[in-house]
Design a protein around this ligand. Sequence first.
Ligand code: AP5
Length: 225
Amino acid sequence: MRLVLLGPPGAGKGTQARMLEGQLKAPQIASGDLLRTAVRNRTALGAEAKSYMDKGALVPDELVLKLIEEHLNQRGAQSGFILDGFPRTVAQAEALARMLETRKERLDKVIALIVPNEEIIKRISGRRTCRNCGAMYHVIYDPPRNVDICNDCNGELYQREDDEEDTVRMRLEVYAASTKPLLDHYGRLGLLAQIDGLGRPDDIERRILEAVGLNGTPRTGEAKG
Ligand code: AP5
């Protein structure tokens, strides 16, 4: 399955991509995570990307495309992937289509998570991420067992630097101006499914699975009622 997850900042793309990896047997490729890793590792690409990310602006296409192409070429992504946070502009979508065409592949579905801005602010302000394994929590909706400690690996939980209020506002503006047009783009290509992103993560996962034709099989494997 070759899937794209679209949605504004905080819509739950990362949460759903991680949940869907096992169901779809396809790895998550998250452009934001790849960029943050490059920043942390102080690579040349990371140094260039950081100034854009700190402002909540988009990182230039050539940098992002380079990272994505590298990851699409990795063995795990040969038979499928879940793209999270990429593409983010029509130009990136066209570049992705070209990359896939040379591999004789195509996207199966594009899922757009629809979440109102007031909910996005609540989600982003409470988000905590594990520095070690990347697991995601929310101080109210999905708190860790011990404050600021990851349940999975005991790593330290932190708040992303670009989750500060002014930067989030900028990210929402950038989404509306540059990424939202992708809904029409993929709608015209007949690939788009718009999914209500409100509710429990399990319910949203079920809606996505239904949209990709997997009958909303729950993660636990229980039969759908
Ligand atoms: P990126 O990391 O991609 O950030 P984003 O798109 O703004 O999305 P987020 O990671 O903030 O949110 P999400 O939708 O994954 O939500 P999450 O699951 O975490 O990009 C960061 C920056 O990198 C960009 O600003 C840009 O500078 C650069 N960049 C990245 N890709 C780029 C590209 N392609 N081109 C150019 N630049 C690029 O959930 C959020 C919170 O809500 C969590 O706490 C979670 O626990 C909670 N939550 C999730 N689901 C639910 C639910 N159903 N109910 C209640 N809480 C929930």
